[in-house]
Design a protein. Structure first.
Length: 69
């Protein structure tokens, strides 16, 4: 009699799992780009504090780190 064994934990994920993971990564990258754009969207001729760009870059970096990218 044969037993049904579950897949090994180190087995490669199926196409649906890979697609889902890819969609999550793209969403995270899009949010990181939005954070960077918000930090840099001020008009260059205006006197804008550099903290805005720094904050956008920091947020983008934290988003990427939180998703392991």
């Amino acid at each position: 009699m044969t037993q049904n064994r579950s897949p090994q934990p180190d087995a490669a994920p199926g196409p649906e799992a890979r697609l889902s993971r890819l969609e999550e990564q793209v969403a995270t990258l899009a949010e990181a780009v939005r954070a960077l754009a918000r930090g840099l969207e001020n008009i260059p001729s205006e006197d804008v504090p550099p903290e805005e760009a720094e904050r956008g870059a920091r947020l983008a970096h934290e988003l990427l780190l939180s998703q392991g990218l």
